[in-house]
Design a protein around this ligand. Structure first.
Ligand SMILES: [Zn+2]
Length: 334
């Protein structure tokens, strides 16, 4: 996904407001720790904030996108911006020495220098000790942005010297809207947002041919299971199973199946929550008239049981066949 296109003010409105206000008041701290689950937009917000700090003519606390600073940042070669990732398992002391050397170098562009530590929970002790003093007393106009999905694993001395910025999970509706804004259909955006909280993962999933095919086939299977049970085994063997080469893919197909039945229950209960497959609504409405809650909950239980069996490494073909039978008859061979 193109980071710059994402409207971070909508994804994390409170955080963005807080950072813009700090910028406006000219009270940018030495060090920030951005903490929050994977998929909460930390990198997107970091990029927006860094660009704002490097922008030569910001308008109302938003980067202008056209000045030299903005263009250099976007092209990935702004000399005043350095990003560090773990080198192997850890962020190492040598990386910190190199970073401090770069930051202290004269002859860089005038203005603020910014460095970002990705996965800052991976700083090893000697790297953290090396960084610590620099973090407290940087020479000149320097800002550190530390990112982490695991705040509890960040070394406490580093944490206590940083200003903490917490990222709350992005609400489902907001994620769907963002993905639609990125060009996904409403139905695909709804489905992938149900499977993961992470916008980047959602987007990747939606663009994956294999995933689109599994989604389509699972819906075909649901339609057959509800209207023409004799076809279910055929669809299973000829269309769905060939797509499920890995255990993870089988698990995902089971989740997709589960969500279809959850949608059906939602429609039948006239409840007003979000659907995984809004494109299937007409079918659900028709079908909801002809099935009972008992039947639906029986099917949902069968799917949940199959998910458990998958984790105990049962043969996957057998597992899916058994599931189809269980969903139809309410009896079990296992
Ligand atoms: Zn600019």
């Amino acid at each position: 996904m193109n980071e710059s296109k994402k409207d971070v003010r909508k994804i994390q409105p409170l955080v963005m407001k807080q950072l813009q206000s700090v910028f406006q008041k000219n009270r940018v701290a030495h060090a920030y720790l951005f903490e929050g689950e994977k998929g909460t937009g930390k990198v997107a917000v970091m990029r927006a904030f860094v660009k704002l700090l490097l922008c030569e003519q910001p308008v109302e606390n938003v980067s202008c996108e056209t000045c030299r600073g903005c263009r250099r940042f976007e092209s990935g070669n702004h000399p005043n911006f350095i990003q560090i990732e773990p080198d192997g398992q850890d962020i190492k002391k040598d990386q910190m020495l190199q970073l401090i050397f770069e930051m202290n170098k004269t002859g860089l562009e005038a203005g603020r220098k910014i460095y970002v530590l990705h996965r800052s929970d991976r700083l090893n002790t000697s790297a953290a000790n090396t960084l610590l003093k620099f973090l407290e007393e940087p020479q000149g106009l320097i800002t550190a942005i530390l990112l982490t999905d695991k705040p509890y694993a960040v070394i406490s001395t580093i944490r206590s010297r940083s200003q903490i910025i917490s990222f709350a999970p992005i609400p489902y509706e907001e994620r769907v809207k963002t993905l639609i804004g990125e060009g996904l259909t409403a139905s695909m955006a709804s489905t992938v947002s149900m499977l993961t909280n992470d916008l980047e993962d959602s987007f990747r999933m939606a663009k994956d041919e294999q995933f689109a095919q599994v989604r389509k086939t699972v819906l075909k299977l649901v339609e057959a299971a509800e209207t023409n049970v004799h076809e279910t085994m055929l669809i299973l063997h000829e269309e769905l199973l060939p797509l499920l080469k890995e255990k993870e893919q089988t698990e995902q197909a089971l989740d997709l199946l589960l969500f279809a039945y959850r949608d059906l229950v939602t429609v039948k209960a006239n409840s007003n929550t979000s659907y995984t497959y809004p494109d299937f609504l007409v079918f659900y409405q028709r079908r909801a008239l002809h099935c009972t809650f008992e039947q639906l909950s029986h099917k949902i239980e069968a799917i949940l049981k199959a998910k458990q069996q998958l984790h105990s490494n049962m043969n996957r073909t057998l597992l899916m066949e058994q599931l189809m039978l269980n969903m139809q008859g309410g009896f079990s061979f296992v």
